[in-house]
Design a binder for this molecule. Structure first.
Ligand code: AFP
Length: 294
């Protein structure tokens, strides 16, 4: 019989397992609301981006449910200007991108939820995560998690999340690349590197939701980047809520990440809304890229 997420989590710390299960149950509720919570909220987040009704709702819903769980001390969310304190006795500190890629809602492309889990106080380096996960609301809702026990994927079915693949590793050689920002704004050295990837047969696939674009790299191998731009040296992605959890999952899947100089997981955050140039993928591709960008 196929294992459920709950059964798969039996081997890990019971409080961490409860937290991952709690987040998985919330994800289902979010996916159910996507057809109904449409339109713009006429407010901006701390990054100056217009929020959607569904961004704000998902953020509040997740925070309220995490508060009720009693397991979480503090949350850093993409939709909140400051750290949100939940329970003084909570064990975990969480980073949250409640609805990554929400501008994809209009065109019914992929969106997801990204979570980083820490015991240390936030903000701190991504290497201090004890677990990370994402949920992808695609044709099938899937959940990917690591609790430093490999990277595992589950499919949402009538029985809840059921096991799909264990100990996923980025396939070698990779097949795909997906890169954000305008090509004219990429650094010339990076543009040349991408041209070489194309010559080697890597195919472009870019969907505009980090969680979906990374999920392709996880399954087919290759490179995802939201690079440093001549117009914006820090790129677009948020270190705490986006780049760190995905870098942590990539490392567990035998991939790597860099900001151009070092692993993203080593970067000491200076503030919670810090952006970072983000390059994630197969180790050999990241090593080659670092040599070019350093
Ligand atoms: P939204 O949540 O505003 O859609 O942004 C998503 C995101 O932060 C990340 O998920 C994507 O990789 C990136 O932005 C896409 O940015 P572009 O729209 O510039 O391609």
């Amino acid at each position: 019989m196929t294992k459920t997420l709950e059964e798969h989590l039996e081997g890990i710390d019971s409080e961490l397992a409860s937290l991952i299960l709690k987040i998985s149950s919330i994800a289902n509720a979010i996916s159910n609301e996507l057809p109904y919570r449409r339109g713009k909220a006429n407010t901006k987040n701390v990054f100056g981006e217009l929020q959607l009704v569904v961004d704000k709702w998902a953020d509040q819903f997740l925070i309220n449910e995490l508060r009720k769980s009693g397991l979480v001390k503090t949350v850093a969310s993409e939709e909140q200007p400051d750290l949100v304190k939940l329970n003084e006795e909570g064990i975990f500190n969480i980073t949250l991108d409640p609805l990554d890629g929400s501008s994809n809602i209009e065109s019914n492309n992929l969106v997801g939820t990204i979570v980083g889990i820490y015991k240390k106080d936030l903000p701190t380096q991504g290497k201090h995560q004890i677990a990370a996960m994402y949920i992808l609301y695609g044709p099938v809702t899937t959940l990917v998690y690591t609790a430093q026990n490999g990277v595992h994927e589950f499919l949402h079915t009538k029985k809840g999340f059921v096991f799909r693949e264990e100990s996923i590793k980025l396939p070698e050689p990779g097949k795909l690349y997906g890169i954000g920002g305008l090509r004219k704004d990429w650094l010339p050295s990076f543009r040349k590197y991408v041209e070489e990837l194309e010559m080697e047969g890597y195919k472009l696939r870019y969907g505009g939701a980090f969680v979906g674009d990374f999920n392709q790299v996880l399954h087919y191998g290759g490179l995802f980047a939201y690079p440093a731009l001549t117009t914006n040296p820090n790129g677009k992605l948020r270190l705490l809520v986006e780049s760190n959890p995905i870098s942590f999952i990539a490392r567990e899947a035998e991939g790597a990440s860099t900001n151009g100089k070092c692993s993203i997981l080593e970067v000491e955050p200076e503030h919670i809304d810090q952006r970072i140039p983000t390059y994630i993928g197969n180790k050999n591709l990241i090593e080659k890229l670092e040599k070019i960008l350093r």
